[in-house]
Structures are given as C-alpha cells and as structure tokens.
Design a protein around this ligand. Structure first.
Ligand code: SAM
Ligand code: SF4
Length: 411
C-alpha cells in the first residue's frame, strides 16, 4: 500500500506581498523584464548523466501514466498563489522545460497555455518554447504543439551517432533524431537543437560527423554542452571513459569554427544562433532579468523596489502536486544578500559574448558601479575583459577562462 506523505510547508515560507515591498538595502528604479518557466518533470527513462529534476514515468510508460490533468491543476494553483508577486507585469517569454514536456499531449499543452493566458498578460510576440525529445512523438505531434501556441521547439538530440546515443542511455536513435528535427523545421519558424560533445568514446572525426548531420538540417539555433559528470548520477558512480580535457577544448574550437562557417554566432558560452534566432528566454536569464518558475523544483528570481528574491518549489512531483493544490508550493523563499548580488549578476552577464552595459548593472541590481570596481580592475589587468565608459565584455581569454573571471566578483 502506498504511504501517503503529507508535508505541509511551514507558514514562514508563505509571505504576503507587504513583506516583499517593505524598505530594504537595494534601490531599483525599475523592474526588469519578466519570463515564465514551467517545469514538467517526467521522462520515459532517466539518462545516466542527468541531474535535472526528472523522474521516470514508470516502466513501459505511456503518456497515460503521467497525471497530466492533476499536474496542470497544480501548476495553475501554483501560478495563482504567485500572481500577487508579479501583479501588473507583462510576460515576455515562456519556457516549458523538463523532464520531457513533449510527453504531455498537445491538448494538455493547449489547456496549460490557455490557463496561463487567462491569468497573465503576455507580450504580443511572446516567445513560447517547449522542450521535445525524439522518440516521444508521432507524426504531426509537433504541429499540434504549434497549434496550441508554442512558437519555438527545443529538440534534445545530443548526438546523431547510434553507439553514442546508446552509451548516453537515450531512448531514441539517429533516424528518430533526424525525423524529429525535420518535423520541427517543418512546423516552426524557429527551433533549437541540443547537442553534447566530449561523449564516451567520441573522437574528433565522430564530432565532425555529428556536426555534418546537425548543420545539414539547417537549425537556426544550436545549444551544445560539454558532457559533465554530475554528482549523484549513474555516471558519477560508474564513470565512462571520456575524452581528455585537451581534446574537449579542440572539439569546442571545431564547433565554434564550423557553426561560424554556417552563419551562426556563438553569442553565449553554449549557444549558437543565426541572426534573429537568439533565445529571448535564455538571454533574459543571462541579462539578470526576472523569472517566475512554476512546477516541481522550479526556481524563481523576482525583483522588488528594495530586494531580489529567490524561490524554489517542492522538488518531488507528488509532494509538489499535494502542496501546490493545498495552496503552498514554495519550499524556499530567500532574499539575495546585498553582498552576493554583484557575483550573481556577473555569473550570468559574463557568459554573453557581447557582455553588458554598466547602466544595466545598476538598473538590474539597484547597486552602484563601485560594487564591481575592484573586480573589473583586476579582470582588466589580467586581460580577461575589455571595457569602455559604457560596456564590459569578456575577451577571448576571458571567455576561455570564464570561471576564473567570474570568481573575481565573489563577495
Ligand atoms: C533540461 S535538459 C533536457 C532536455 C530533454 N529532456 C532531453 O534530454 O533531450 C536540457 C539539455 O541539457 C543538456 N544536459 C543535460 N545533462 C547534461 C550533462 N550532464 N552534461 C552536459 N549537458 C547536459 C542536454 O543537452 C539536454 O538536452
Ligand atoms: S530525457 Fe532529458 S531530462 Fe529526461 S533524464 Fe534524459 S536528459 Fe534528463
């Protein structure tokens, strides 16, 4: 018999709006743009490298085993609880991430977006991204997501090599990956392709073959990540043989060179786009914009006139649903300490090729430029940034040694 775990959030986590509006140490003249993140936490199978909040839907799972309607009820209860914190603000982008959101039926995504629109004002050209996995779609499923209002698909391909896909524990093969990308291209004006490199057993010619296929599909945007062995994953317990660091650096250079030759610009550490196809939602994270995150384990960053607040929702899906439906989805709610804000800003802004404007630092953090002066002077002396009176951007060297650069701004 299943054991019912009843965990009620401590009252202290739920605060009323006056608490966020009271005087504090920051002076924000205006609030930044606001995005909405929606987390859908189920996958067909847990990948051995993945430390995202994703849960197997059950053996031989079908969408039937995911409690779609109850979960959407919980998301909407969660959103309603958060509305007072974002009252009057417009949403510029929505990202439905996971997990594997494409496990949800197009009808459920249609209901979710309709319920969101009924409660929040969206920008007319609001970017709405949905993460989709090859192997979770039948023909025309992506078109139906488009019909539900999704404007951008992010397809999790990882590799086009069957042996590498197997080593990564993926549920799809090369043919399904190609079919998914072709379907995305046919259904959406803009889409992203997620790849990983420095895979177990991968050589430079293997990477070139992955890039050949990826680029032949003409994606307007590619996100490509160095495979990381994350703690608490299967790969951390049973580490696979992965390429040496030097090879991985060479691979990254090759990726930047070949995507560049295909007309894509590396505008962020892991993101490459053709003109006009940058991801608005991710740019907002890197520019220290605000985001409300709803769903299991979702994170939020919200600004008020005198503070910046971070929140986390309950992580485990059932616990999240029970608590959200009872009106208390929050597991944590903390004000970012004044001394930590410069580092948090720089951690994000320095990931961007074009860097940031000094004016934006003041506007987004409510702090004077003097808060980062020492770090900027040190970074410039080390050749890690270039700056003029208005802007700061990482140099090639700064981009290559990003964590050293970012750490100069630690409190
Ligand atoms: C939220 S995840 C999952 C999206 C989708 N469920 C999938 O797996 O295709 C987004 C991306 O992060 C990347 N990623 C996940 N775990 C990683 C790891 N350990 N190292 C590097 N990249 C990783 C993958 O490229 C993945 O597509
Ligand atoms: S499908 Fe994506 S989210 Fe799910 S376990 Fe694999 S990498 Fe993680």
């Amino acid at each position: 018999m299943a054991i019912e775990i009843k965990l009620v959030a401590p009252q202290a986590v739920q605060k009323d709006i006056q608490h966020y509006m009271r005087p504090g140490v920051l002076q924000l003249q205006s609030l930044p743009p606001l995005s909405l993140y929606v987390h859908l936490p189920w996958c067909l199978k847990k990948c051995p490298y993945c430390d995202f909040n994703s849960h197997e839907a059950g053996k031989g799972a079908s969408a039937m085993e995911v409690p779609e309607q109850r979960y959407i009820d919980a998301l909407i209860a969660d959103l309603e609880g958060a509305l007072p914190l974002v009252w009057g603000r417009t949403i510029h982008s929505i990202f439905i991430g996971g997990g594997t959101p494409s496990l949800f039926s197009p009808q459920s995504i249609d209901r979710l977006l309709g319920d969101i629109r009924a409660r929040l004002r969206l920008e007319a050209d609001c970017e709405i991204t949905l993460e989709a996995n090859p192997g979770t779609f039948e023909k025309d499923r992506f078109k139906a997501f488009r019909g539900a209002g999704v404007t951008r698909l992010s397809v999790g391909v990882q590799s086009f090599n069957d042996a590498h896909l197997k080593a990564l524990g993926r549920v799809h093969d090369r043919e399904q990956a190609i079919a998914a990308v072709e379907e995305a291209a046919a259904s959406f004006e803009t889409f992203n392709l997620d790849l990983m490199y420095a895979l177990p057993g991968q050589t430079m010619p293997d990477l070139d073959k992955d890039l050949d296929v990826a680029l032949s599909l003409k994606p307007p945007h590619i996100s490509i990540y160095h495979l990381t062995i994350e703690p608490n994953t299967y790969f951390a317990k049973f580490p696979p043989q992965i390429p040496e660091d030097d090879t991985a650096y060479e691979m990254l250079d090759r990726i930047t060179e070949r995507t560049g030759a295909a007309g894509m610009q590396r505008y962020e550490v892991s993101a490459y786009a053709k003109p006009g196809h940058r991801c608005w939602h991710n740019l907002n994270y890197w520019q220290f914009g605000d985001y409300l995150g709803i769903g299991a384990g979702a994170h939020s960053k919200l600004s008020f006139a005198h503070r910046v607040v971070r929140q986390v929702r309950f992580r485990e899906p059932k616990l999240y649903m029970d608590n959200a439906l009872a009106g208390h989805a929050l597991a944590q709610d903390d004000e970012v300490k004044r001394k930590d804000i410069p580092f948090e800003y720089m951690l994000n802004a320095l990931r961007l090729r074009e860097g940031f404007k000094l004016m934006d630092f003041t506007e987004r953090t409510g702090l004077p430029i003097t808060a980062i002066k020492t770090g900027l002077d040190q970074a410039q002396a080390k050749g890690l940034i270039e700056r003029d009176a208005a802007t700061v951007k990482p140099t090639e060297r700064g981009f290559d040694f990003l964590s050293d650069l970012q750490s100069l701004f630690l409190a």
